[in-house]
Design a protein around this ligand. Structure first.
Ligand code: ZN
Length: 150
């Protein structure tokens, strides 16, 4: 299996480190100054908004664990799910990437993953689907699934 590498800039010395994608969650150190590399840029504390055209870059080519949330702003279940998802993004900052995408505006993504109702949650590792969840679930159950890809 080939592992993609991502460039992570060191906040301490400014050098650019090439980190294997599957090691992003292992708190890697800067090769030059040995300080911990900040993963904030890779795994921000809030969900990244994607569209059909950016899904490949944000999720499919992303080498680490990622959670994709498909939603509709007007859906009452999504209105309950969205704060849970954002809360988990903050909780798992630095370890899992959280991406959200609106269903109706992004038919390519919806059809690719067979999403015909929202909310839906698709969990990826190395750009491959490892789990798919449908509907509004209790926060603890969502957390348990998210935890499994960390
Ligand atoms: Zn450094």
């Amino acid at each position: 299996m080939t592992t993609r590498r991502v460039i992570v800039g060191c906040a301490h010395c400014g050098s650019r480190n090439r980190v294997p994608g599957d090691r992003l969650g292992d708190r890697p150190l800067c090769g030059r100054c040995k300080n911990p590399l900040s993963m904030d840029g890779q795994y921000p504390p809030q969900a990244v908004q994607a569209v059909d055209q950016t899904l490949a870059r944000e999720v499919l080519q992303f080498p680490g664990p990622a959670a994709l949330y498909v939603y509709s702003p007007g859906c009452p279940y999504c209105q309950r799910m969205s704060p849970i998802f954002e809360g988990l993004a903050a909780e798992y900052a630095g370890r899992i990437k959280f991406v959200k995408i609106m269903m109706e505006q992004n038919p390519m993504t919806a059809s690719r993953y067979g999403v015909d109702s929202v909310p839906a949650l698709i969990l990826f590792r190395h750009g491959k689907v490892v789990h798919q969840l449908k509907g509004l679930l209790p926060p603890d159950e969502i957390r348990r699934h998210i935890q499994s890809i960390a």
